[in-house]
Design a binder for this molecule. Structure first.
Ligand code: BMA
Length: 314
């Protein structure tokens, strides 16, 4: 059996599903996409680099989750006024979308002269978007929201970074999606392991019978630079701070030519996954920070991997 047949994630044979050539305005890259189902259609928010080196966010739509058409205008660009003006002057990146109580909440990285923070925006229809607030301090990226309140509070996974506590996944709670606290670390990079340099939340967690399934990214440093791969972790439904298992092995790694070379080589990076009623999940990832790819997996295979082959806890 070759490596691909052993993989739990089946790559779509027509990858990449989106390239810069599919975008009707000038961009250098498309990647790192949050995806949700809205009114029976798939809506994708994706990051693009401009030639300035800064990033904006575009929107694409699909009937089937495989073939996407990009809207004529960008969806989100640095703010010219309002609550987060200035916080994203150097660009907006890596959008994640979560439907909570019928409304879509978008978290994205906002870059400014003061570092990287995460901002929150909301929409009901993907036509009008309202910026809510910048909801982390610097240096924090990769905020994913859980799709419902747990114990009456909103919950997120986030990824603060400091020299003494590098690049780990934390959990935080909020009464209103704006003010967050009671933060604690839940998953750390594991030495001598595929994610030994960094871990960070990827797609917003989704509910399964076994727990919240979180698809995250992990980074390994080599003599040739970093390799970004995807991993899976399971959190308890009633208390997501309790990690039930983190799969010991990665589930997707850079393998196809458009993942191995591009704007940044050796990268697969996810911001979105759509669980389906048939027990499968569509996973979307950026390839080499240049194109967008997708694959499907059986949800139970992924939760089993977390439970049966877990790596040691914290
Ligand atoms: C991370 C982020 C991601 C990017 C990845 C690989 O730090 O900037 O947006 O995909 O690096 O370059």
């Amino acid at each position: 059996m070759n490596r691909r047949d052993r993989s739990l994630v089946r790559r779509y044979e027509k990858n990449p599903i989106l390239t810069p050539d599919d975008v009707p305005y000038p961009v250098e890259t498309v990647h790192n996409a949050g995806v949700v189902k809205h009114d029976g259609r798939y809506v994708m928010l994706f990051r693009s680099h401009l030639r300035s080196g800064r990033s904006i966010i575009g929107l694409a739509e699909s009937e089937d989750g495989y073939r996407f058409r990009v809207r004529a205008e960008p969806f989100l660009e640095p703010a010219s006024g309002g609550p987060s003006a200035g916080d994203d002057e150097f660009g907006v990146e890596d959008p994640r979308v979560t439907c909570i109580e019928g409304e879509y909440f978008i978290t994205y990285s906002a870059y400014s002269r003061h570092g990287v923070r995460v901002a929150l925006a909301r929409t009901r229809d993907f036509e009008r978007i309202e910026r809510v607030a910048t909801i982390t301090q610097a240096d924090c990226r990769n905020v994913v929201l859980f799709p419902r309140r747990i114990g009456g509070r909103y919950v997120r996974l986030d990824r603060p970074h400091t020299e003494i506590a590098p690049w780990s996944i934390w959990i935080s709670y909020s009464p209103d999606l704006v003010h967050w606290g009671e933060s604690r670390v839940v998953i750390k990079p594991l030495p001598y392991h595929w994610d030994e340099m960094k871990v960070g939340p990827g797609a917003p967690p989704f509910e399964t019978p076994a727990g919240w399934l979180s698809l995250y990214h992990g980074v390994f440093q080599t003599m040739d630079g970093a390799i970004y791969r995807l991993g899976a972790a399971l959190h308890a439904l009633d208390d997501p701070a309790r990690v039930l298992g983190v799969a010991d092995e990665w589930i997707v790694q850079p393998e196809d030519p458009w993942e191995l070379t591009g704007y940044v080589h050796n990268v697969v990076f996810t911001c979105g996954a759509v669980p389906e009623e048939d027990g499968t999940v569509k996973i979307y990832w950026g390839g080499a920070d240049s194109v967008i790819c997708m694959g499907t997996a059986r949800i139970e295979d992924l939760t089993d991997l977390c439970r049966r082959r877990p790596r040691p806890p914290l």
